[in-house]
Design a protein around this ligand. Structure first.
Ligand SMILES: [Mn+2]
Length: 243
């Protein structure tokens, strides 16, 4: 893996255009330019898209400019690892072959410069998410995906939009965020004690860098308001905001 390694998650690119969305994309493209200049590696830790479902012959057209930017980046020689999130799990060969991203359906573990990384999107990790873990199994099952594929895309995307609009409350109370952070510290602690240096998660839309023993828990934040990302230069990991 080429250094530096950039980590980003939860961009939640929407299915409708708006001024906000244009500004978000503009920022994202500037960030991708920065990664390109560095000739390092990019790890997208899930939920790049607010909804992405790929059919054998059909892809969502709203993301055309994003596909172009990603394609330019991989063509320049930058490797992109795309760990799928709960909003963009349903990719096929357009993402992996045409855009040339390495797709990961599960957590990633790797070691570089004597530093061990554990990367997870993070959905379903918390102890009280038992119901969600069950739903996740169904949504990821081959049968569900096969059935969904037979719906007309307008209907399929309509359903997805409806579900997403009902769960689109990204702003959480401080109490909720504190509770989630404490739970993630509890979950990351044994993994860090087993020798992992950096436990990196997305999904929870709070940017946090917490020291645990000899390692760290990094919650990446989001690209809706904070525009946070992490970068590992070979020596240390830093959680930053993209200006
Ligand atoms: Mn998520």
């Amino acid at each position: 893996m080429q250094l530096p390694i950039y980590f980003i998650s939860d961009i939640h690119l929407l299915l409708q255009t708006s001024n906000n969305e244009d500004a978000k994309k503009e920022k994202l493209f500037l960030f991708l330019d920065k990664v390109k200049k560095s000739q390092g590696t990019l790890i997208i830790n899930g939920d790049l898209f607010d909804f992405y479902f790929e059919y054998k012959h059909v892809i969502p057209k709203i993301y055309f400019d994003v596909y172009m930017a990603i394609s330019k980046l991989t063509e320049s020689g930058v490797a992109i690892h795309y760990l799928l999130g709960n909003h963009d799990y349903w990719t096929m060969d357009f993402i992996s072959e045409t855009l040339n991203m390495t797709v990961h359906k599960d957590d990633i573990d790797f070691e570089i410069n004597n530093k061990k990384f554990h990367i997870t999107h993070g959905d379903g990790l918390l102890s009280w998410e038992r119901g969600y873990r069950f739903v996740k199994k169904i949504l990821h099952s081959r049968l569900t995906i096969w059935l969904f594929r037979w719906l007309h895309p307008t209907l399929g995307y309509g359903i997805a939009e409806w579900v997403a609009s009902r769960s689109r409350h990204f702003e959480h109370s401080k109490e909720h965020n504190d509770k989630v952070r404490k739970e993630l510290i509890r979950i990351a602690t044994p993994i860090i004690e087993s020798g992992v240096d950096y436990f990196i998660t997305g999904h929870y839309h709070q940017h946090t860098d917490e020291k645990i023993g000899n390692g760290r828990l990094v919650i990446l934040g989001e690209w809706i308001k904070t525009f946070s990302y992490a970068v590992f230069d070979g020596q240390g990991l830093e959680l930053k905001k993209f200006m």
